[in-house]
Design a protein around this ligand. Structure first.
Ligand code: HEC
Length: 134
């Protein structure tokens, strides 16, 4: 009986343990490899995804429209003007530590900017890019 409470605390803390950006990226990489054997995350392609202007939305042509020119810089929502913390985990340790949150925002933001969901490979490239130290 005396071990029950510590065990409960351990289970609770394990259950809420955050993921690391590496783990979140690895999960997308594993998914991409299933579709494209030999796939490896490419930070250069992630950077291209970040800066590239798409023709879907005039107000938000690219990710940088809200996330600033560099992931290490704070951004500002192009429509609401609300401040957005940097995307880079080095500048903001909360980034890419919650796979469900990451997935939710990739879905929303890729759909708005690119007009479709990002692929697992694009997501892995993007995390490789923002995880580079600046
Ligand atoms: C219209 C403004 C806007 C644009 C454009 C935008 N984002 Fe975002 N993004 C946000 C907001 C708002 C959040 C949530 C607030 C926060 O986490 O600071 C967010 C959060 C995220 C997150 C969550 C990361 C984490 O772990 O916290 C990812 C990933 C992301 N965006 C990727 C992208 C990508 C990729 C693009 C370009 C395809 C993009 N965003 C374009 C506004 C934008």
């Amino acid at each position: 009986m005396k071990y029950l409470i510590p065990y409960a605390i351990l289970v609770a803390s394990v259950g809420t343990t955050a993921e690391t950006p590496q783990q979140v990226m690895d999960a997308y990489t594993a998914d991409a490899v299933r579709r494209t054997p030999g796939f490896a995350p490419n930070a250069g392609l992630g950077e291209f995804l970040f800066v590239r202007k798409f023709a879907v939305s005039a107000t938000m042509p690219n990710c940088a429209a809200c996330h600033a020119d560099s992931p290490s810089q704070p951004g500002r929502h192009i429509l609401t003007r609300v401040d957005i913390k940097p995307l880079s985990p080095a500048a903001n340790p909360e980034r890419f530590t919650d796979a469900a949150k990451v997935e939710k925002w990739f879905l929303r933001d890729c759909t708005k900017v690119i007009g479709r969901e990002c692929t697992a490979g694009e997501k892995a490239d993007f995390i490789a890019f923002v995880s580079n130290d600046y």
